[in-house]
Design a protein around this ligand. Structure first.
Ligand code: F1P
Length: 347
């Protein structure tokens, strides 16, 4: 992942809409909302992008599960940028959702995809080919982080076209992106600690994942990875939702993975963690080195590098991918070919 994220930035000397294809500037100038269509892991990268685009580029974003989108009456808006996200570019549901959006009169289409020769790239007017190359396994990992890197570049491009990206901001964001390979390597170096946790998880049948803000989609992705490759039942919730239902599931037998970056939501998250502890739940917290959380009875902490701002989801998801991977290895499942799943779902 450090390499493919590094490759994403290769040759990028500045933010420009043309990173997304010829004519992107004119399209980005015309649109005033974004509709993201995707399935599975790609859907979660879209959910993360919603936080980025709305806060940085100030454009409203709707993220739809592609397999559902065409089956309801939605209200089309002509000045929409329709963004499909797909590692394979062949997912039938996402292609059908794209065609449905077009049939509703939404003609500005962009795909973020791993495969340049895919149907998705042929169908969309604009395209960004991630630098992930082909994923070895069925479950998406480096495709996810490179999709996020591409979506962050898209966020910055949209902000620039809207006059919301100063030169200083552009430089700071690009600097942070260029440093990502080093930061991801520091997360990969946490592997021995994550293996110790994974051995506990491998003995469980259920797990909860909690996140807040832009780390909520990362919690969803962490839960999906665990389900896909280790077959442990896992659900993710925004931490504030605990008290509206999932708290009933918390017992000493329930590991609760919590993503706890040192951001503005940390104090709220700590009170959610307290709700879990009070019921005897076991907390497994991925904090940042500067998050003020100390381990104790029922509270295990692994610390990532210092808080990485808007790009923090890209670091945190790598730790969750490692957790799922090692839980799967400990259970002896085939991490590359999970049962019942296909690399690309073309029907
Ligand atoms: C969507 C997806 C993947 C998942 C698996 C099945 O694929 O749900 O996220 O890992 O491969 O398909 P894609 O549209 O991103 O290729």
């Amino acid at each position: 992942q450090p390499r493919v994220i590094g490759d994403t930035l290769e040759g990028v000397t500045g933010i420009m809409p043309e990173l997304f294809g010829d004519g992107a500037y004119h399209v980005f100038k015309q649109i005033d909302r974004v509709l993201i269509l995707a399935c599975g892991t790609s859907y979660y990268s879209g959910l993360t992008a919603k936080y980025w685009i709305e806060s940085v580029a100030k454009i409203p974003v709707n993220v739809e599960i592609a397999s559902e989108y065409r089956y309801r009456d939605s209200v089309p808006h002509p000045n929409t940028l329709v963004v499909t996200i797909s590692q394979s570019g062949e997912t039938a549901d996402t292609l059908a959702a794209l065609k449905h959006a077009r049939s509703l009169g939404m003609e500005h289409t962009l795909t973020i995809c791993n495969v340049a020769t895919s149907a998705m790239v042929r169908e969309c007017k604009l395209a960004y080919i991630t630098r992930a190359g082909v994923e070895v396994g069925v479950a998406s990992t480096k495709a996810f982080t490179t999709q996020l890197a591409a979506l962050f570049l898209l966020t910055l491009s949209l902000a620039q076209v809207n006059g919301l990206l100063s030169d200083a901001d552009e430089e700071a964001h690009l600097k942070a992106m260029r440093h990502l390979p080093v930061a991801i390597s520091s997360v990969l170096a946490l592997e021995p600690q994550i293996i110790a946790w994974a051995e506990d998880f491998a003995r469980k049948e259920n797990a909860l994942f909690l996140g807040r803000g832009m780390h909520y989609p990362i919690a969803l992705e962490g839960a999906l990875k665990l389900k896909e490759i280790s077959y442990i039942h896992a659900e993710a919730y925004p931490a504030g939702e605990l008290k509206h239902g999932p708290l009933a599931l918390v017992t000493e037998e329930m590991p609760v993975v919590t993503i706890a970056p040192n951001d503005t939501l940390i104090e709220k998250l700590k009170s959610n963690m307290q709700e879990v502890r009070a019921r005897g739940g076991q907390l497994y917290v991925f904090a940042d080195v500067d998050s003020r959380i100390t381990s104790g009875e029922g509270l295990h902490v692994i610390r990532l590098p210092e808080h990485y701002g808007l790009l923090s989801p890209i670091l945190h998801v790598v730790s969750l991918q490692l957790l799922a991977y090692h839980a799967a290895l400990a259970r002896g499942t085939d991490v590359d070919k999970p049962r019942n799943l296909a690399k690309s779902v073309t029907v």
